[in-house]
Design a protein around this ligand. Structure first.
Ligand SMILES: [Zn+2]
Length: 328
């Protein structure tokens, strides 16, 4: 039995046909965790779909109405990059409900997973990049509305910048110009960090600079990584960003967006992390959160490895990392 819960439903499957996004990955992860004995049936809890009221804590009534009535424009559907269907809407409402439930369990057990979610490219008024609804933002706003938390931090380690997250939590402020990194890494071209913060949710994104999205609205901390960065440099930047963020801000919940796509064999990524390096990444986030007593809610976001098995391994390893760090 794990010392934390895994929120999962077979209905997380996204009905999007043949697509670079492997919609079956959630079920594959769940099966693998059971088969390898890493988890047992009792570790899993089933989500209920988010209510429309929950979704409206983040998304505009106009957008929600379009989704519920199937009246997105052709352009809006194209931008989402997944084919609209009422079934797809249900899957995203369920993913958001899963993140709400995972946040709830994280506050009780120090850590919890949504074996899904992490749809960080969704904006209040439109979807983008395979993301219709921003489940993580919905979960944060719901926890705040219920007075469970006042503040949260997102730590986004997907290879793509969390543009939706940055936009949703930007609050009212003047966008700042990119700042050159103060330190810089020892070897190779240094990554650049940008910083701007105002509000009750502090957003950190580590991502490949030369990748989607072209326009990157400012997160509280953005680490724009050069192409092909490897394990050690990546982990140093992550450590740096976490320390800097936690010096500036005290979150009551940390939402870890554990994308599998910084992997060197990813089809949509251009970084060079190994499977082992990605697990060290997960351990680092969990160790830092545990040391400071900050509950962690995990979501999965992207993962487009040439071999689906690798994506499944990376996602399963995130559970193993939590098990190791939070045991005892
Ligand atoms: Zn991604």
């Amino acid at each position: 039995m794990l010392p934390f819960k895994l929120v999962y439903s077979d209905d997380y499957y996204l009905p999007i046909g043949t697509h670079v996004f492997p919609a079956e990955k959630y079920q594959r992860v769940q099966r693998r965790l059971i088969e390898t004995g890493a988890a047992e049936q009792g570790d899993f809890v089933a989500p209920r779909p988010a209510s429309d009221q929950d979704i409206l804590l983040v998304h505009t009534p106009q957008y929600v109405q379009k989704l519920k009535t199937g009246t997105l424009s052709a352009r809006e559907e194209l931008e989402m990059e997944i084919p609209y269907s009422p079934e797809l809407v249900r899957a995203f409402w369920l993913a958001a409900g899963g993140s709400i439930l995972a946040a709830h369990h994280a506050l009780k057990d120090r850590v919890a997973f949504n074996i899904g979610g992490g749809f960080h490219h969704a904006f209040p008024d439109h979807g983008e990049g395979f993301c219709m609804i921003h489940d993580v933002a919905v979960a944060i706003r719901r926890m705040q509305r219920d007075d469970k938390i006042r503040t949260a931090m997102t730590v986004d380690c997907d290879v793509h910048q969390g543009n939706g997250t940055a936009a949703i939590f930007a609050g009212v402020r003047v966008p700042s110009d990119p700042l050159p990194s103060a330190g810089g890494m020892a070897a190779g071209r240094p990554a650049k960090t940008r910083a701007a913060h105002a509000g009750d949710v502090f957003t950190i994104s580590l991502h490949q600079e030369h990748n989607y999205p072209a326009w990157k609205p400012p997160s509280s901390i953005d680490v724009d990584l050069p192409d092909q960065i490897g394990d050690d440099d990546y982990l140093a930047w992550l450590d740096n960003a976490l320390s800097s963020g936690l010096r500036q801000f005290e979150p009551e919940l940390l939402c870890y967006i554990a994308g599998a796509d910084p992997y060197r064999e990813d089809q949509l990524g251009g970084l060079s992390l190994t499977i082992e390096g990605l697990k060290r990444r997960d351990e680092l986030v969990f160790r830092v959160a545990k040391a400071r007593g900050i509950p962690v809610m995990v979501t999965y976001a992207g993962g487009y490895a040439r071999k689906l098995d690798d994506t499944v391994t990376i996602h399963c390893n995130t559970v193993m990392a939590a098990k190791e760090v939070f045991a005892g």
